[in-house]
Write a protein that binds this ligand. Structure first.
Ligand SMILES: [Zn+2]
Length: 240
């Protein structure tokens, strides 16, 4: 379990305090704990501001960094920052919450279309999964109805952990192209989606999700595009 990522135990935190751990010259800042999600696994980084002393700095980018740390790249690095200073972090919650809804919806899309996933991308307005799908499956409306039925059935989304060796024995769990929790840390984070009667989905994931699928509201299936001989890209939108 990586306590460096504050968004894992509670993806609903909008602000958090931490400590400036190091300054990477001309690059960015490392905090002891980050509320900002670093771009990875198809999910963009969070946006927002950090406050250090009298400075209020817009965060321009957030990236994974060596040693399981996170590089926070502010608009500029003031030259009088002190290691150990208190840093207040404020994320753009509206944007994060859209990412959480979209991300959870993509898990559900992989349930509705039970084919291998070859890629994916999350956006605030449009997200997508690419499937190994040589022939078209259900039509758009059927997929849309199935995913919205899952959303409406108020499924519970939770994190659990599995030892790396255990996961190696269950390769069927890995559906997506990218497992954000890096191997080597001993434990891998799994996202479980459950109904009252059983497991709906379980897969390794380091992203941020809603706690209950009803929060998503409603999904519209956008274009289904043919990408090469064996692949189809399914786009989704949040219905307002
Ligand atoms: Zn996920």
């Amino acid at each position: 379990m990586n306590s460096h990522y504050l968004f894992w135990n509670n993806s609903y935190r909008k602000q958090a305090e931490s400590v400036l751990e190091s300054i990477i010259e001309q690059e960015g800042l490392i905090l002891q704990q980050t509320l900002f999600y670093p771009a990875s696994g198809g999910q963009p980084c969070d946006q927002g501001i950090i406050k250090i002393g009298n400075y209020s700095l817009k965060v321009e980018n957030v990236k994974k960094f060596e040693g399981g740390k996170t590089l926070i790249i502010p608009e500029y690095i003031p030259n009088d920052l002190k290691i150990g200073a208190i840093v207040e972090q404020f994320i753009d919650w509206d944007l994060r919450y859209k990412y959480m809804k979209m991300h959870t919806s993509l898990h559900l899309l992989s349930v509705v279309i039970p084919l291998p996933v070859t890629g994916g991308q999350i956006g605030a307005n449009k997200s997508r999964l690419d499937f190994d799908m040589p022939e078209a499956v259900d039509d758009k409306l059927i997929i849309e109805n199935k995913i919205n039925d899952l959303i409406k059935s108020d499924l519970i989304v939770e994190q659990t952990w599995i030892a790396e060796e255990e996961l190696d024995k269950k390769p069927e769990l890995v559906k997506t192209m990218s497992v954000f929790p890096p191997k080597g840390s001993g434990e891998i984070r799994l996202i479980s989606i459950k109904s009252k009667t059983g497991q709906v989905d379980l897969q390794p994931c380091g992203g941020t999700h809603v706690n209950r699928t009803v929060e998503i509201g409603k999904i519209e299936i956008g274009k289904i595009e043919k990408k090469g001989k064996n692949n189809r890209r399914v786009n989704i939108h949040l219905a307002i």
